[in-house]
Design a protein around this ligand. Structure first.
Ligand code: SF4
Length: 482
């Protein structure tokens, strides 16, 4: 994928484990692909919650020798890694978001995007509420604290019914964790258990594997799972069967880690199926199949298997190039592409090459890669994409460019081929994509290809919608609460 789309967060929580904080660190580390802008951990000793968050990756924020994990050492813990899709990259928006209200402390960690957040915020501000962040998540804490909500028999369930959009949420109260998944189940959330019996919740099963916990099941759409001293209990805030799920199928195509199982299916296997299906739809006469690593790799394996063309690693990705590389002109931009994705000349020189990628967003980076392939001597380039052309933005927690910036907006396939400077182009059909999925087709969100949003978006919130609240005055590692 070029100009990577960004997921907006990863969640991890564990109840009743002597090494809860260390395990949260490892769990978050394994979810780092879901967000690298900030990381945070909140923990409770049963009475008091403390929290530390910072800008950067997990290993940077909780750097070795800082003593932070030791300070946070408590048996009830939640953690968060963030990429901002609503609210800017500023320490004020780091999570977990810790606050205090009439019932005590609560720390909140959120993965998703609330499409009614700015509406709710305006309502609260009209009555004088003060907000300290620009993220959509803070609205949830105001809903929790509202006196008429606090007095309800199940305040949390009541609050969740006010939220619209995509959300998987962790709430850390002094004596428990409550994990909730939105009624549409757009973002994943799963439950596991350690060998010693401690319950764990995480965005993806790869985080369970990272700490040696076994997968139990997914949190169901519309379910709240409570972890406390009595173990695990469950309740639903939306009547079961009243909402058809809208799992984000892009999680399977690109976001989730290959070793994770989400929406009932292993991600790597799903992507291989996509590759096989793509080869049936768009075969090619070629000498070698190469992936755009890492997210195109599984699909390329499937494509090569189906076409019986040798698979090889024509690109080698550098894991050490950050997102902030300055690219002021075309020449330097091409150098950046080469730096991020080096070519093994021997694999592609003089060959007819099939390149498999998971998706194409703006197309400019893909074109750069194709140019470097030509420079390395590729005789023919056949681009194959394991999802259909992206034509519409996402309002459910993925940072898309504007519709106008998407390569496939207002371009037909010939124009895309010309733009990318390739010999042929083949995108997966939507029907082909859905035929690979284990659940019925109507259980997935496909809005970025179809423009059909299952949750109506009247007043969308995106990364920039709340920038009027922006305060860029905080330093890294600015907040130690509690
Ligand atoms: S619009 Fe696309 S990226 Fe967003 S939730 Fe739907 S399938 Fe996922």
């Amino acid at each position: 994928m070029n100009h990577k789309l960004q997921e907006n967060c990863g969640l991890f929580g564990i109840f009743g484990d002597a090494e809860a904080v260390q395990k949260t660190y490892f769990g978050l580390h394994s979810l780092q692909h879901r967000g690298q802008e900030s990381a945070g951990i909140a923990s409770s000793n049963g009475k008091l919650i403390i929290c530390y968050t910072g800008i950067g990756t997990v290993s940077r924020v909780f750097r070795s020798g800082s003593g932070l994990l030791e300070k946070l050492a408590n048996p009830i813990t939640i953690g968060h890694v963030r990429y901002s899709t609503a609210g800017s990259t500023s320490p004020i928006n780091n999570q977990p978001l810790l606050c205090e209200y009439s019932r005590g402390q609560v720390a909140v960690a959120h993965n998703g995007n609330l499409i009614n957040a700015s509406l709710l915020r305006d309502e609260y501000e009209a009555y004088g509420s003060l907000f300290k962040s620009t993220s959509d998540t803070e609205v949830i804490t105001h809903l929790l604290a509202k006196p008429t909500h606090v007095s309800k028999p199940d305040p949390l369930a009541h609050v969740l019914n006010h939220l619209q959009g995509a959300y998987s949420l962790l709430f850390l109260f002094d004596n428990r964790i409550e994990a909730a998944r939105g009624p549409y189940g757009i973002r994943p959330l799963c439950i596991g258990q350690t060998k010693k019996g401690a319950y764990v919740v995480a965005s993806e099963t790869c985080a369970l594997d990272a700490i040696g916990a076994k997968f139990i099941r997914e949190v169901e759409p519309g379910e709240i799972v409570r972890l406390d001293e009595n173990g695990l209990s469950s309740r639903f805030f939306v009547k079961a069967g009243t909402v058809t799920p809208a799992h984000c199928i892009f999680e399977h195509i690109y976001f989730a880690k290959q070793n994770s199982t989400i929406f009932g299916e292993n991600v790597h296997e799903f992507r291989k199926k996509l590759g096989r299906q793509l080869a049936k739809e768009h075969p090619a006469n070629a000498d070698v199949v190469i992936p755009v690593p890492d997210s195109g790799t599984s699909a390329a394996i499937g494509y090569a298997e189906q076409c019986k063309i040798p698979f090889d690693m024509g690109f080698v990705r550098s894991h050490y190039v950050g997102r902030t590389f300055i690219t002021p002109n075309q020449k330097l931009r091409e150098l950046e592409v080469k730096l991020k994705l080096a070519i093994v000349n021997e694999i592609v020189a003089g060959k007819r090459v099939v390149v498999v990628d998971d998706s194409i967003v703006r197309g400019t980076t893909t074109r750069g890669k194709m140019r470097t392939l030509r420079q390395a001597g590729a005789k023919e380039i056949h681009m194959r994409v394991s999802c259909p052309p992206l034509r519409f933005p996402c309002f459910y927690g993925v940072d898309f460019p504007t519709k106008e910036e998407l390569l496939a907006n207002n371009r037909n396939l010939d124009e895309i081929k010309e733009f990318l400077e390739v010999d042929s182009i083949g995108y997966q059909l939507l029907e082909g994509l859905l035929s690979c999925a284990g659940l019925p087709a109507d259980h997935y969100c496909t809005a970025c290809w179809t423009g059909k949003y299952k949750i109506p978006v009247d007043r969308p919130i995106n990364k920039f919608a709340m920038e009027r609240y922006q305060l860029d005055m905080f330093d890294d590692f600015s907040r130690v609460d509690g």
